[in-house]
Design a protein around this ligand. Structure first.
Ligand code: ATP
Ligand code: MG
Length: 398
């Protein structure tokens, strides 16, 4: 068993000693069986939250209304969720009611795909009620139960199917695939924040080209914001080397920006529609700027300074999706030769200018900005006396 399970096992053992069932469930079981590294260990139990709380000295009510308790064991927190069914799906979204149940089968039935509906006891025994192991072997994403019904309950599952298809490089089983095709417009009912999470995971998966293709074939791109007008450009992405080069969320958005040939206003529009954070938008704009500078071969000291080394190296990877020019050494050289890497290394600032007789006001900012440019362009040394002399000349010409 992977190390992540070693301590968690002890939690399951305690629950079993109290004569309740307890299992590892979800992604960690799936990934262990196919030999992938695991991140979070989810556990499920027949014990109700109140019963769990009696078994352990320290617990936290993490999501008690959904049955999730954090158990503290040797100072590590473990999340454990009571078996539950979900009812009252409204508007094709999450259920508005959960019911705690004692049956593992009921809990596994509500899960999205057969490969995600596996449970494992603390001793390593796997419980596989929906042939999830068979589907792992066949490399198939298959809905648990009737796919049309499952996507009508929660349309996000369609996006998750494509996400797991990319992460695992699996095919979507044909009934499941046809159900997505038939109901892809239900995606419009889902909060974009939730789609965003799955979409980015898909793009950062092992086979993002396959994910894009599946979204095209099922018409999903016509049912998510912004992308519907760019179907032709999206098709061109399918066979490009994305997984090898795109490693972070800001690169995902940069990739689409470049591939759809968006200008900066369109990039902001796309990312706001997808509810990206302002920070994410800001970084993406820098990476795209870097990408254009690299591909047009006009990377200057100033753009290097403004964009920063990290973003430039990311931009270089985005550029590599489209053409195989690698200029990592060039970028590193340019950056290492910058006289300063950050504004706060400038040997002059507003208060030094004022102390030397300059008047406060908007001109000060303009002077400082020009000095910053001139230092980066090696027109003046980063030396307070020299900068002051230069500031006086600039001021006289204003
Ligand atoms: P990851 O490795 O990315 O965390 P995961 O399979 O653990 O993958 P999660 O989103 O963490 O995915 O969900 C944990 C489990 O909860 C899933 O394996 C699945 O059994 C169930 N699940 C999550 N979302 C849904 C959903 N929308 N509908 C049905 N079951 C779901
Ligand atoms: Mg998980």
């Amino acid at each position: 068993l992977p190390v992540e399970f070693v301590d968690a096992r002890k939690v399951l053992q305690v629950i079993e000693k109290h004569d309740y069932e307890a299992y590892f469930v979800g992604g960690s079981v799936r990934d262990t069986i196919i030999g992938l590294p695991i991140h979070d260990v989810d556990m499920a139990t027949s014990a109700y939250p109140a019963e769990i709380k009696q078994m352990f000295k320290r617990t936290i009510d993490t999501g008690i209304e959904h049955g999730t308790i954090t158990v503290m064991f040797d100072n590590i927190g473990f999340e454990i969720t009571t078996f539950r069914t979900e009812t009252g799906y409204q508007d094709y979204r999450r259920p508005d009611q959960v019911n705690f149940v004692r049956s593992l089968k009921e809990d596994l039935k509500r899960r999205d795909f057969t490969i995600n509906a596996l449970a494992m006891r603390e001793n390593g025994d796997v419980i596989d009620l929906f042939d999830g192991i068979g589907d792992l072997r066949r490399h198939l994403i298959r809905a648990v139960g009737d796919p049309e019904q499952r996507f009508n309950e929660d349309a996000l599952r369609m996006m998750r199917a494509v996400r797991f298809g990319s992460q695992l490089d699996f095919t979507i089983e044909s009934d499941t695939f046809n159900a997505i095709k038939k109901h892809s417009s239900l995606l419009k009912k889902i909060a974009i924040e939730r789609i965003n999470v799955e979409f980015v995971k898909m793009m950062l998966g092992f086979a993002p080209g396959r994910g894009i293709q599946q979204m095209l074939e099922t018409d999903m791109f016509n049912n998510v914001p912004f992308f519907d007008r760019f179907i032709v450009s999206l098709k061109e992405l399918v066979h490009l080397p994305i997984a090898e080069n795109i490693k972070s969320e800001d690169q995902v958005w940069s990739l689409f920006s470049i591939s759809l040939k968006l200008n900066y206003d369109q990039i902001k529009k796309m990312m706001r529609l997808w509810k990206c954070s302002n920070k994410m938008i800001e970084t993406t704009l820098k990476i795209v700027m870097g990408c254009y500078a690299i591909t047009k071969n006009n990377l200057t000291a100033w753009t290097t300074y403004e964009i920063g080394l990290g973003n430039l190296l990311k931009a270089n990877q985005v550029a590599a999706v489209f053409e195989n020019s690698i200029m990592t050494t060039q970028i590193n050289d340019l950056y290492q030769h910058l006289p300063i890497k950050h504004k706060n290394e400038l040997k002059i600032n507003g208060s030094i200018l004022i102390k030397n007789g300059f008047h406060p006001g908007p001109n000060l900012g303009k002077i400082l900005s020009q000095l910053e440019h001139e230092v980066i362009d090696l027109q003046v040394n980063n030396d307070t006396d020299k900068l002051l002399r230069r500031a006086k000349k600039i001021s006289n010409n204003m």
